[in-house]
Design a protein. Structure first.
Lengths: 470, 300
């Protein structure tokens, strides 16, 4: 399902057809008119010149760069990830198109002067549907780039199709390391770090704060995200503290909502650490049900991706919970006060009356990376709108600055990003009536991400060789 | 021993919740012979309506009589039932009674999809929180664990709902009329029973019970789109174990599933989801009609 500029699912007609197509229609009309052969040749020549001239003029004046944005607009991941991501994306596209609102090198309008036009597609419906939607975007809507995918399942399904269609594609959110650890793609890039970073950082934070980590329990959703997060955390913890032992691993199904029994099991165990990568409504329900039952006071709870529920839970999230934001995002980014973060934060709060969490940060990260890649490709090709091949060449190994810090396409032969991360601890500020992350620790990208050519699991199990931590 | 007590308490709490969310489904099937796939979205509407009603209650000074919030929750479910029950039964389902059962299942699936989008139209995609009723009653210490007293309120409501429905069906004249319609629809009609009215009342009661399930769940969760999807799956498992159309069966089925799941989470967490369907498969091997469903002769 396709929507434009709105969260509500529903197909909306494509924006005005590209001029080159309109010009082609004029050509057809001329060729079918009744003319002599001399006139026909003259008309054809004139027409070709007109097409060439108009195309050249258009590339400089009003040509557009169309982006197919795929994210959850409905379903369980919409409220936590999809909708805030698109809110941030829509806002950034408007700001970029207007130009001059962001600091250099993002101050030029659009992408190298090309106005950005977004077609938004709902990611709900599963991988099979998304493959079809992807083909629609490339072949029917003829977008210049597809930027999307929160679900790891979709991120694993799309890349082979993108390479088959030779379509430049950016994965902006999903966390599964398997995308590039088990595959290699020419036209596909992921602009955010994979999920191993989140759990490595979490274990390092706990160890660095001197928090006991001998016994670990976990509650994670029963699919690849939850299973991988738990495995990465347990492996990292055992590297940092050889005494640490996983005691209870609970894997309720996704969107279970009822965690009374699981909370009993966790409270009974009294583990030093309770790890969870739950997200969205599941995480909110766990916090609401576990807080009055004393889970947070009996164990140190660590949430690898928990920042995104803070605007909704507010003071219902207990103090002292260790939280990651899958990058230096949201509340973890705010205290640094850099210019891009400040602009994102203030504009987002003004528009949506809530502070931005990790999803809009990752969307900005991807769109700004795309802008840098498009402009780099245009510099190389003389200012024309770049082809998929030119975009892929420009994106490979690219580095750029985002509100979440310096992003570098350092892994998977320049196709997978690494980025800095931050972990903090919740503390309710009763004066501002806002949750804050205190005792923040920032980790450099090369401290918590594996080096090129090494799988995340192997790197963790080898004891993080070559990690560059300040 | 301590572990056994914990499993028992956890199983009872989960089973009670399961009974409330599944009893409406089995009632509707028993009377109307409809597998109501829209049950999950009605549950979700009950949760949303409760979230809105409780929010309004506190906004307009309900904090001065906090326990009144529980009455507000029941009233919210009642309003949902009064609006949706007659509308769906009279406006839609009635036109398909003479059609194949599969058509009716598809119609209720269509209603499910429509209601899911209706929820987003009315309440949007942002989650709603109404945790006050959950924390209002405080905690109870049982052995080494704290439980939220609200969980035991859910058990009490499940017992009251179960006994009330049983009493109403078996000891009151309107209930006996419904049983007569379940037993033989045509004969009941010839004896002067207004079968259409019985259908509407029964369906609305089913809607009320689904909405009540949502209302009781709302304080424990973040009320957000999609919460009704999983409920319908587990509710079906419960009513199949108990026997489609059997109130007693739903109660026993919910208890079995609750205890099996609690035991699994504490003893063999990897098999948590499997345990529910293991119970279902085990029951169906020995009682293909479910625990409380009598084998019926097919009319030709």
């Amino acid at each position: 399902m396709v929507a434009k500029g709105t969260w509500f699912p529903g197909r909306v007609a494509a924006r005005p057809i590209q001029l080159i197509k309109d010009t082609g229609e004029i050509h057809m009309e001329l060729s079918t008119s009744r003319v002599t052969s001399k006139k026909l040749i003259r008309n054809l020549a004139a027409c070709i010149l007109t097409v060439a001239a108009s195309h050249h003029a258009y590339a400089q004046d009003g040509e557009k760069f169309s982006v197919g944005v795929v994210t959850f607009l409905s379903g369980g991941a919409a409220e936590s990830f999809g909708v805030p991501a698109w809110n941030g994306g829509e806002m950034l596209i408007e700001m970029l198109n207007e130009g001059g609102l962001l600091p250099p090198p993002y101050d030029k309008p659009g992408f190298g002067g090309l106005q950005i036009e977004a077609t938004v597609v709902d990611e709900a419906g599963g991988a099979t549907k998304q493959v079809q939607e992807f083909r629609n975007l490339i072949q029917r809507e003829k977008v210049d780039t597809v930027l999307g995918y929160v679900s790891s399942g979709d991120c694993l399904a799309i890349p082979p199709v993108a390479d088959e269609l030779k379509a430049f594609t950016l994965l902006y959110d999903c966390g599964s390391p398997r995308v590039f650890e088990e595959g290699s793609y020419e036209y596909v890039f992921r602009t955010a770090a994979h999920a191993a970073m989140d759990n490595i950082s979490l274990a390092k934070y706990i160890e660095s704060r001197g928090i006991k980590m001998d016994s670990i329990a976990g509650i994670n959703q029963d699919y690849s995200w939850g299973q991988d997060s738990w495995a990465d955390f347990v492996a990292s913890a055992s590297q940092l503290n050889p005494n640490s032992q996983a005691e209870t691993a609970l894997f309720p199904k996704i969107f279970a909502g009822q965690y009374g029994t699981e909370i009993s099991a966790l409270v009974r165990k009294k583990a030093d650490i309770v790890h969870s990568s739950l997200w969205g409504g599941d995480l909110q329900a766990l916090v609401l049900q576990a807080a009055p039952r004393g889970l947070f006071s009996r164990s140190q709870v660590a949430l690898s991706a928990g920042d995104h529920v803070l605007p909704q839970l507010n003071d219902k999230m207990p103090d002292g919970v260790i939280i990651g934001a899958r990058g230096v995002n949201g509340l973890a980014a705010r205290p640094r006060g850099d210019e891009l973060t400040t602009i994102l934060w203030e504009e987002y709060e003004k528009r949506y009356d809530v502070f931005p969490v990790q999803a809009p940060f990752r969307m900005w990260q991807a769109l700004l990376g795309l802008k840098v890649a498009v402009e780099k490709a245009m510099d190389a090709n003389g200012g024309k709108k770049p082809t998929d091949e030119e975009l892929a060449a420009a994106m490979k190994g690219l580095s750029w600055t985002a509100p979440s810090g310096e992003i570098s396409m350092a892994l998977a032969d320049g196709h997978q990003a690494i980025q800095p991360n931050a972990i903090g601890t919740t503390k309710w500020n009763s004066e501002t009536n806002q949750m804050e992350l205190v005792d923040l620790v920032y980790y450099g990208a090369e401290c918590v991400n594996p080096p090129e050519g090494t799988k995340a699991n192997d790197w963790i199990n080898a004891g993080f060789p070559g990690a560059k931590c300040d | 021993m301590e572990l056994l007590a914990v499993i028992l308490v956890d199983g009872l709490i989960y089973g009670a919740w399961l009974f409330i969310v599944s009893v409406g489904l089995t009632l509707v099937f028993g009377v109307l012979n409809i597998l109501n796939l829209a049950h999950g979205s009605i549950y979700a509407i009950g949760a949303y309506a409760t979230a809105s009603a409780v929010g309004a209650y506190y906004m307009y000074g309900g904090g001065s009589f906090e326990f009144g919030v529980y009455l507000v929750m029941v009233l919210a479910a009642l309003v949902v039932a009064l609006l949706l029950g007659p509308l769906l039964e009279r406006g839609l389902l009635r036109h398909f009674y003479r059609r194949d059962h599969v058509i009716l299942v598809l119609v209720t699936y269509g209603v499910f999809l429509i209601l899911e989008d209706l929820i987003k139209l009315i309440w949007g995609v942002s989650p709603l929180f109404v945790t006050e009723p959950y924390s209002l009653l405080g905690n109870v210490e049982i052995g080494p664990l704290f439980y939220v007293t609200y969980d035991f309120l859910v058990i009490a409501v499940a017992i009251v709902v179960g006994i009330s429905i049983w009493y109403w069906l078996n000891r009151t004249r309107p209930g006996k009329v419904i049983l007569a319609v379940i037993h033989d629809r045509e004969m009941s009609q010839t004896m002067g029973i207004n079968v259409n009215r019985v259908f509407m009342i029964s369906f609305s009661l089913g809607v009320f019970l689904a909405a009540l399930g949502g209302a009781l769940t709302a304080p424990m969760i973040s009320v957000s789109p999609g919460i009704g999807v999983n409920v319908i799956i587990v509710a079906f498992a419960v009513v199949i174990i108990g026997g489609l159309g059997s109130i007693e069966g739903a109660a026993i089925g919910a208890l079995f599933v609750g205890l099996a799941r609690a035991a699994s989470v504490h003893l063999l967490p990897e098999a948590e989801l499997f345990s529910i369907y293991l119970v279902m498969a085990a029951v169906l091997i020995f009682r293909p009609e479910g625990l409380f469903q009598k084998t019926q002769a097919r009319k030709i």
